[in-house]
Design a protein around this ligand. Structure first.
Ligand SMILES: Cc1ncc(COP(=O)(O)O)c(C=O)c1O
Length: 385
């Protein structure tokens, strides 16, 4: 059966050019970048080349890039590396759990955390961030784009607030990298997290931008790798893959790839809204990354929809996380004010560079049938009519 993958916010397929770039470093050129012999030197050169590509993508200096094992580690390093007991942190209710659960642990360690709420559109208002500032505020951590709704956050305004208040600003750009142009100078952030696997690079590798002169404590201790900011032998092939993915993303954005992707996403979204009654877009009023569409289908359970689509060879996802057998509605959608029923009936369609117009048309042909079938079986929907 053919498979169509519309769950690119979960992870993306490797681009063949990324795979080709990585291959030599898994086989012949396998050296440890800390070794002084020839294989070590080749590995070091490859790591530093990748660092330059990542720095270019972010408008940063190569020395400001710290390679990590992905988005979760980058977020953890940013928060735990900067903040201490007695400090105050401002974050938001719509962050990824990599930030939210780190904030919860910080609270247990004696850090005060304010969680700023988004509006119904899933956007954090910079004024709410400003209002939460305290004399002891050390760090603001607000994401660049939300992983569930795609809503872009006003990071430039928040960066300006942080600058004036002389507070560090971290942004989780895991869902923005490769989809939007990023310039750390324009944003005015001190720390920024990316993950390779959300931009057609390999899983298990990422980077944290750490602005020069930021006093970041390493949280993973060992050797002096990454200028003492992250111990552990570098993931050579992974880092090379991240570097290649960054280079390709930079080219793709320069060629207007983001606009083409936005057109495809809009075709999908408009097609669904036109064909299915009782369908609404989450964060419709917000600026969004070009690949994401999160749609509430009245009267359906998201899990049922995902399974029915899977049986048709189509991968999509629900924002709901399954914990201890109960389906918890998404914390992001709930924080935006959606009730449990709407949050549970929300489906995330997220496109990648590999998706085509023809795939969008195929999915559009399937969605109305799947929704109709699920509604026939739904006591909630039956009650509505
Ligand atoms: C916004 C955001 N931050 C952090 C992460 C965690 O990244 P990783 O899976 O690379 O640890 C994700 C992954 O879904 C994400 O979407």
């Amino acid at each position: 059966m053919r498979r169509i993958y519309f769950d690119n916010n979960a992870t993306t397929p490797l681009l063949p050019k990324v795979f080709e770039a990585m291959q030599p470093y898994l086989l012949g050129s396998f050296g440890n970048a800390s070794s002084i012999h020839q294989q070590g030197q080749q590995a070091r050169a490859a790591v530093e080349g990748a660092r330059e590509r990542v720095a270019e993508m972010l408008g940063a200096r190569p020395s400001e890039i710290v390679f990590t094992s992905g988005g979760t580690e980058g977020d953890n390093l940013a928060l735990f590396g900067l903040v201490e007991a007695g400090d105050h942190v401002i974050s938001s209710t719509i962050e990824h759990h990599a930030v939210l659960n780190s904030c919860k642990r910080l609270e247990e360690l004696g850090v005060a955390v304010s969680y700023v709420s988004s509006g119904a559109d899933g956007v954090i208002q910079p004024e709410s961030v400003r209002a939460a500032l305290r004399p002891e505020t050390k760090l603001i951590s607000v994401m660049m784009a939300n992983n569930e709704t795609g809503a872009r956050q006003k990071v430039q305004e928040i960066g300006a607030i942080a600058r004036v208040a002389d507070v560090y600003f971290h942004t989780d750009a895991v869902q923005a990298a490769g989809k939007l142009a990023i310039d750390v100078e324009q944003i005015g952030c001190d720390l920024l997290t990316i993950a390779a696997h959300k931009m057609h690079g390999p899983q298990g590798v990422g980077a944290l931008f750490v602005r020069r002169a930021t006093l970041l404590r390493a949280t993973q201790l060992g050797g002096r790798h990454e200028r003492g900011r992250r111990a552990g032998t570098e993931n050579l092939a992974g880092i090379v893959g991240l570097g290649k993915a960054a280079e390709l993303a930079t080219e793709w954005l320069a060629e207007g790839g983001d606009r083409r992707m936005g057109t495809l996403r809009d075709r999908l979204e408009q097609g669904i809204l036109g064909a299915v009654a009782g369908a609404h877009v989450n964060s419709a009023g917000a600026e969004r990354v070009p690949n994401t569409s999160n749609i509430i289908f009245d009267g359906i359970e998201g899990e049922g929809f995902v399974i029915a689509m899977d049986l048709k060879g189509i991968s999509v996802s629900t924002g709901a996380a399954c914990s201890s057998g109960a389906i918890e509605p998404s914390h992001v959608l709930t924080a935006m004010g959606l009730g449990g029923e709407a949050a549970r009936g929300s489906i995330r369609f997220s496109l990648g560079k590999q998706n085509t117009e023809e795939e969008v048309e195929y999915v559009l042909a399937q969605v109305p049938q799947v929704v109709e079938k699920l509604r026939e079986l739904s006591p909630v929907w039956a009650g509505k009519r």
